[in-house]
Design a protein around this ligand. Structure first.
Ligand code: FAD
Ligand code: SF4
Length: 674
């Protein structure tokens, strides 16, 4: 067997986990949906069927104060427990095991009833918390214990107590958020008390044969967080208090260091779990940016952890574990860490999904059933939209021919994958290549399809997925030799000088600037270089892993000026959970942001522009145009007029720069109903 460590069962005394893969907790928004319980039951049961050893649900609050937002999911009554039976039954029917995460958000609660150890507002929520009184703390412990008991009656195999990411328990532990002077504040023994009492009392009331996972914040990544010695001390106490497993928590939500984005190297934080393994004896779970079996196997084989937690990879592919068991990792639809359809949705109060798998969290309404009416389908354009449409239509039994003018499949993903920090995009193309092979899609590359070809053809359906054209800008001197388009730079590799103006501050403008400031690419394998860049102390001599450590971004030999015409902050339209990372990375590389300008002309002197009614000239070697895109769908209307059954999807339907999520979703949904 190729992945023998992944598939080694883990005996935890009263029960055995069939393999070392745990589906980590993720709030999906289904928890609060109408008929959400039925949808969640289907969602988790597909992951159980896919072979995962243990599932941990999204966070469920033990009481109203602990809500993440208004009317968030809660378990505090028998009625709640009865509703959850549907979930546990569905998972058990597929041979899976499931724990319910108990999460009290403390001052992160996005509602006016939130509570915390001290009255200190978090930087990421507008609501100042109420300070918990001592009797309030006792009530909170009772609510946690009650919640755990109800989870047991609902049929869960255990619970996870969320003690990390800056939620309530974490807020009690560190001085940053705990200024109390009573038995829950001050000395570390006091600040740990809530966490220890919660685990102890829960163990006493649920008995020995029930899994208790404690999510321990091992690396806070915020000022005034825990020192390594404190984390170890707490870990030992939690072990003594009766936890079955300890999970690794990395970073608080308010931390300004990326912990799960695409640009974070794979397994970038496993060294933290490894360090803790020297201190504790119960099994440890590691997490963060582990998305492929090779990475998981390496961690386990080197003894750095006992269990691998992956959350988003199970949105991307519910069959991840079965595919690994069958040694078909090349068939895994890999999570690319983009956050575009999962975390970004949750932060906008929308149901989560997945950019590469639009079925995620939509299992009850989007299905790819075999067709009863086999058709001949032409897909024009092998970008993400065309690839999704072609492979899903073929999977359903249609006869599909996929055309592309280029020499390879992928469309703009072939450009995106070259951006430092977006290397995971290669995996999506590998996945689609394999799907093409499995489902026998006929691929015609180097083939620019014309209207005449299609008019003459006998396809039953034609799908136009021809993508976009870069938007042309009307500036005097636009044809000057200094001017390049982002395609010239990223695709045709034209030489770029040392002083550069980037016109346009959308996703592509940011990516081009990132590309141009990296002489030496910090690849997904180079964890130490990446940690250094962001100022993380691997020796853990610094409190919380960051205190008094300076980020060490390598200065670029290029000077980049990024321009935009509009007001407001740069990158305001980038992803909600990742925009700050792009901004922060470019700032650290001294990229200069220049807003509210109008462009006058381009000539040998450089870029002429006006700002605050003042005419200025910026001497630059090159001006790179990243000024948006327009849909490219010339084939569509004439085919429609000719009476052909024709559809238009992706960028060809609507051009929005960074929008593979919509492209793949449209392709998948169209293919599901053809
Ligand atoms: P495209 O990817 O543009 O594919 C269209 C295809 O049609 C091309 O391969 C083209 O050759 C082919 N074609 C056109 N005309 C014909 C014809 N007549 N005959 C045959 N073939 C034809 N999106 C995200 O969601 N997240 C990101 O992080 C992200 N980063 C990006 C970074 C960069 C630098 C760029 C350029 C884009 C990025 N995108 C990102 C955008 C994403 O790649 C697009 O949203 C997506 O590719 C659109 O898919 P599509 O299939 O509609 O079109
Ligand atoms: Fe992973 Fe992106 Fe899908 Fe989220 S949306 S699960 S980050 S691929």
């Amino acid at each position: 067997m190729k992945y023998k460590y992944i598939f080694e069962p883990l005996d935890i005394g009263f029960t055995t986990l069939k393999n070392r893969i745990l589906m980590g907790s993720m709030h999906t928004g289904l928890e609060e949906e109408k008929n959400g319980i039925d949808k969640i039951a289907t969602y988790y049961s597909e992951r159980a069927k896919g072979g995962v050893g243990l599932i941990v649900t999204g966070g469920i609050s033990p009481n109203i104060q602990g809500w993440t937002g208004p009317f968030a999911a809660r378990m505090s009554t028998k009625k709640h427990a009865i509703q959850h039976q549907k979930i546990t039954e569905a998972v058990h029917k597929e041979g899976g095991k499931i724990c319910m995460q108990i999460l009290h958000s403390g001052r992160y609660g996005y509602h006016p009833f939130n509570v915390a150890p001290s009255k200190i507002k978090s930087p990421i929520t507008p609501f100042k918390p109420f300070k918990l009184t001592q009797s309030g703390i006792k009530r909170t412990i009772r609510d946690f214990v009650n919640c755990a008991k109800l989870a047991k009656t609902a049929g869960y195999d255990g619970i996870e107590i969320m003690g990390s990411e800056g939620y309530l328990i974490n807020q009690f532990i560190v001085k940053r958020t705990n200024k109390r002077k009573d038995r829950y504040g001050g000395a570390y023994e006091n600040r740990m008390r809530l966490a220890i009492e919660l685990v102890k009392q829960t163990r006493q009331s649920v008995g020995e044969d029930f899994i208790i996972i404690y999510r321990l914040s091992m690396l806070d990544l915020v000022e005034n967080g825990s020192s390594w010695e404190e984390v170890v001390q707490l870990g030992k106490e939690i072990e003594k208090a009766g936890a079955t497993l300890i999970n690794t928590g990395i970073g608080w939500h308010e931390s300004r260091i990326p912990t799960i984005a695409t640009s974070v190297p794979r397994a970038a934080f496993t060294w933290v779990t490894k360090k803790m393994k020297e201190e504790l004896s119960i099994p440890l779970i590691t997490s963060n940016r582990i998305n492929m079996p090779e990475t998981a196997e390496k961690i386990l084989s080197e003894g750095d952890a006992d269990i691998i937690s992956m959350a988003r990879p199970f949105l991307a592919d519910p069959e991840w574990v079965n595919k690994a068991a069958q040694e078909k990792s090349d068939e895994i639809n890999t999570c690319i860490g983009c956050n575009q359809a999962c975390l970004d949705h949750v932060f906008q109060q929308k149901v989560a999904s997945c950019l590469v798998n639009p079925r995620a969290c939509h299992e009850t309404e989007l299905n790819y059933y075999p067709t009863e009416n086999k058709k001949k389908i032409a897909v024009i354009g092998a970008g993400p939209a065309g690839l999704a449409a072609a492979t899903i239509a073929a999977q359903r039994g249609h006869v599909v021919t996929l055309f592309d003018a280029d020499k390879e499949i992928g469309g703009q993903f072939n450009i995106a994958k070259q951006i430092p920090g977006k290397e995971e995009f290669y995996e999506t193309l590998r996945y689609f290549r394999k799907q093409i092979e499995i489902h026998n899609v006929a691929v015609k590359l180097n083939n620019t399809v014309s209207l005449t070809d299609l008019k003459k053809s006998n396809f039953d359906e034609i799908i136009i997925a021809t993508g976009i054209k870069p938007r042309e800008v009307n500036i005097e001197g636009i044809n000057h030799k200094k001017v390049l388009s982002y395609i010239d730079v990223l695709k045709h590799k034209k030489a770029v000088g040392k002083r550069v103006a980037v016109i346009g501050a959308g996703g592509i403008g940011f990516d081009v600037s990132e590309y141009l400031t990296h002489e030496e690419v910090v690849t997904s394998q180079n964890i130490d270089a990446w940690l250094k860049e962001w100022g993380i102390d691997k020796t853990f001599k610094s409190r919380a892993g960051i205190e008094n450590v300076q980020p060490a971004f390598k200065a670029s030999s290029r000077t980049i000026f990024m321009f935009k015409r509009s007001k407001g902050k740069f990158g305001g339209n980038l992803g909600k959970t990742t925009g700050w990372i792009h901004r922060s990375s470019l700032k650290k590389k001294q990229v200069q942001f220049i807003a509210e300008v109008s462009y006058t002309k381009i000539d040998d002197q450089g870029l002429h522009y006006t700002q605050n009614q003042e005419a200025k000239i910026l001497a630059v070697d090159n001006i790179i145009i990243c000024a948006g895109q327009t849909s490219y769908k010339e084939l569509y209307q004439p085919l429609l007029d000719a009476g052909k059954k024709v559809h238009v999807i992706g960028g060809a339907h609507f051009a929005a720069e960074i929008d593979a999520k919509r492209a793949i979703n449209q392709g998948a949904r169209l293919a599901a109903k053809l």
